[in-house]
Design a protein around this ligand. Structure first.
Ligand SMILES: C[C@H](N)C(=O)N[C@@H](Cc1c[nH]cn1)C(=O)O
Ligand SMILES: [Zn+2]
Ligand SMILES: [Zn+2]
Length: 478
């Protein structure tokens, strides 16, 4: 079945309604990391439930339990499981996306309200938290479905939806749900392949298809000592200061040149072959791309392949922040009594949270002992996920490559992504099918950053790409 022109015409003639759909979704501040916003994440789930039901999807809102965050007992947002079509002659495509977003405050440096979609008519950019990660791509699937249902077109495949509200905070409860729904008569029965749209092109011009992700392991270090915050003029130079200990420890994790200082990690990384290195040389990327995406000339190397390997095939360690330290404007002369340092490691084959956590925790404890401090240290691993790599020669990838060529008239780059989507490996291992990442947005979208955006053309062409991919699955699957 070839793609009907009526599908593309429907998308073009409903552009403004689709942008409004994105605006409605961005307006719900579904920040999973913030207990105060948990009700908004749940509201976002209900909004999607109604949208899907209105389009004829059989929806189940799966309860995945509760979670304790900083002493608060909170409900986890539901995982939305949806079914559309059960024709045994058609392939069944499992779609995954997430409806939660990263935190965003105007005061972080946004030029516009992060939860009000702002269309810059000159550049065609749609600014708002979640526009690219991951509300735009999620709604792309609804747009595709609407074009078929309301346009009177038959979908070439059966669809299964799995939309979660905790991806940015460790995907709590999702693995267990998936594992419990595999088998005869269960939700995932009959799935032939998985498609996830939750990543980005390498640059701002060449589409890509992604066959690998890094894993992650995220830590919280707590240093405490005094029973309360202290006056630095009264107690400075009299007591061991928790923030001094913490800053010393965090500086022991990584060098300014990016070298991970935890012993044993580098030795675990799969060795680079000459053949693999050539793959990075071929990708359409430059130092200029990284510098324009980050907004400054701060690239660590002037060799594009070194930069790409740093993101795709080597681990990285990033320091994220310190909770409990004085951070307001002004000059408060305080010695904070208890501080929490946050950092994470991105994992590549053969690193897993299981074989890395022990190395990190032992190293931090040994380094803390060397400080000879009377404060106490606690190290916690908050969440983790393994790295994932798929077979890019599978028909699922052939379908995505053909669809990209149809929409963008170029061959996509085949990439590995530096970010993490822990459920990817769970789908691959528990369903035993090929998993594909088909991005909608560009490398300069600013996911997780200030002024996140999705180009209108990527939203509209991306919606066409997702739909075209379904037709190519129907044509290429074996
Ligand atoms: C790649 C995906 N769009 C994404 O942003 N994933 C997050 C997942 C995560 C893990 N811990 C917190 N968030 C990421 O890679 O940071
Ligand atoms: Zn994200
Ligand atoms: Zn995402």
């Amino acid at each position: 079945m070839s793609v009907p022109q009526a599908f593309y015409d429907y998308i073009d003639s409903h552009e403004s309604q689709f942008i409004q759909r994105l605006a409605d979704a961005v307006a719900i501040p579904s920040v999973s990391a913030d207990a105060e916003h948990r009700k908004d994440v749940i509201a976002m789930g209900k909004y999607l439930q109604k949208q899907l039901q209105d389009l004829g999807v059989e929806v189940r809102m799966a309860d995945v339990g509760r979670q304790v965050v900083d002493g608060q007992d909170l409900p986890l947002p539901p995982v939305i499981l949806g079914k559309f079509g059960s024709d045994p002659k058609k392939k069944t495509v499992q779609l995954y996306a997430h409806y939660d977003v990263q935190p965003a405050l105007l005061s972080d440096g946004w030029n516009t309200d992060p939860f009000k979609l702002t269309h810059d008519g000159q550049t065609g950019r749609l600014y708002g938290r979640g526009a690219s990660d991951d509300k735009g791509p999620l709604l792309g699937w609804l747009n595709v479905l609407e074009a078929h249902v309301k346009g009177g077109l038959e979908l070439p495949v059966n669809l299964r939806f799995c939309f979660e509200g905790m991806e940015e905070s460790g995907s709590e409860g999702l693995d267990e749900l998936i594992e419990s729904e595999v088998g005869p008569g269960k939700f995932f029965e009959g799935v032939d392949c998985v498609c996830i749209s939750d990543n980005y092109w390498l640059n701002d011009r060449t589409p890509c298809i992604t066959y690998g992700l890094r894993g992650i392991t995220y830590y919280k270090l707590t240093v405490s000592g005094p029973g309360r915050d202290l006056h630095s003029g009264v107690f400075g130079n009299m007591v061991h200061e928790p923030l001094v200990d913490l800053v010393h420890l965090m500086a022991k994790l990584i060098s300014p040149q990016g070298e991970i200082l935890v012993p044993g990690i580098a030795e675990l990384v799969a060795p680079l072959t000459e053949e693999e290195r050539k793959r990075y040389d071929k990708l359409d990327y430059s130092v200029q791309d990284v510098e324009s995406a980050v907004g400054a000339a701060v690239a660590r190397s002037d060799d594009k392949s070194e930069l790409l390997m740093g993101r795709m095939r080597y681990p990285s360690l990033s320091l994220h922040g310190i909770e409990g330290a004085f951070s307001a404007p002004g000059a408060k002369t305080v010695i904070p009594a208890c501080v929490h340092g946050k950092f994470s490691l991105r994992l590549v084959p053969n690193l897993t949270p299981e074989n890395v956590d022990g190395l990190v925790i032992k190293y931090l404890k040994d380094e803390f002992a060397k400080l000879d401090s009377k404060n106490t240290l606690n190290v916690e691993s908050l969440h983790g996920g393994k790295p994932w790599i798929a077979d890019p020669n599978h028909w699922n990838y052939v379908a995505a490559i053909k669809a990209t060529e149809t929409i963008y008239k170029v061959s996509p780059d085949l990439t590995r992504e530096g970010g993490s989507i822990p459920v990817t490996l769970t789908f691959a291992e528990t369903l035993g099918v090929n998993v594909l990442l088909l991005p909608m947005g560009r490398g300069d979208d600013g996911a997780h950053s200030t002024n996140e955006k999705l180009d209108k053309s990527n939203y509209i062409q991306g919606t066409k790409l997702l739909g075209t991919y379904l037709y190519e699955v129907a044509a290429n699957a074996t």
